[in-house]
Design a protein around this ligand. Structure first.
Ligand code: KIV
Length: 262
């Protein structure tokens, strides 16, 4: 299993880092057999697994339950879990209780969104031995403040804000930072300025690694095809085909056969 310090070494050695979201036991078992470097139990699970419109309804209990399932399946992978909406904004002591639960559930690191107001907590967590991933650019927990899921860092002023946020996250002790939906040129600038690796999603190719949502990669959500994502499988059609094959065989009497019977 790769560990937190290995990722900065990968950046220094010019080895790109692959990160994939995962929320459950069976897909964790498959990812465990792959070459993927990091699993992210993202709060995107609120949308992907539970059908919400954004990540705000993700709760600590939900993140803990999904992290436990992933940890049971992906025993050889580095697992990072998102701290959900507002769970790290209620004061140091309550925030640490949340991190404690997530780490007990099987995470090896936590991820949180934004720099402003989070730096003291990050420094304390890092001092306490907990690897932390930052997240700047499109920070989905602030969807209402941002006015929707929109690319960030378009104006010079906002690009500078994102760059300074990334620098302050590195100073606070983050071992990596997710850059979401920002111009490729800004992704490169931040990656060049930081020692720690950057993980992009819609941040161009000049970053230290890439993260995708598993269900987007597998084509399991036919209504959602964001510009930054790439579909590597037509999961919906493959699964529909298998289900219809089963349905056909039940109806035409070809399943079960004697080999499936006692
Ligand atoms: O919640 C999530 O899945 C994420 C990634 C898309 C970076 O934060």
């Amino acid at each position: 299993m790769k560990k937190a310090p290995d990722f900065e070494k990968m950046k220094n050695d010019g080895l790109p880092i692959s990160v994939i979201t995962c929320y459950d036991y069976w897909s964790a078992k498959i990812i465990n057999q792959s070459n993927i470097d990091i699993i992210l139990v993202g709060d995107s699970l609120a949308m992907v697994m539970h059908g919400h419109k954004n990540t705000i309804p993700a709760t600590v209990d939900l993140m803990v339950t999904h992290t436990e399932s992933v940890a049971r399946g992906a025993t050889d992978k580095f697992i990072a879990t998102d701290l959900p909406f507002l769970s790290y904004r209620k004061g140091m002591s309550q925030s640490i209780d949340v991190v404690h639960r997530v780490m007990e559930a099987g995470a090896h690191a936590v991820k949180l969104e934004g720099a402003a107001g989070n730096l003291e907590l990050i420094a304390h967590l890092v001092e306490s031995g907990i690897p932390v991933i930052g997240h700047v650019g499109l920070v989905p927990q602030s969807v209402h403040m941002l006015g929707g899921f929109k690319a960030q860092g378009i104006t010079d002023e906002n690009a500078e804000y994102i760059l300074q946020s990334a620098i302050s996250l590195e100073k606070a002790g983050c071992f990596s930072i997710v850059l979401e939906c920002i111009p490729a040129i800004l992704g490169k600038t931040i990656t060049d300025r930081l020692k720690i690796p950057t993980i992009g999603i819609g941040a161009g190719s000049n970053v230290s690694g890439q993260v995708l949502v598993l269900h987007d990669l597998l084509g399991l959500n036919s209504e959602f095809k964001p510009k930054f994502s790439k579909q590597y499988l037509n999961g919906v059609d493959l699964i529909k085909c298998a289900l219809n094959d089963f349905d056909d065989e039940v109806k035409n009497g070809n399943f079960p056969t004697s080999t499936h019977s006692f």
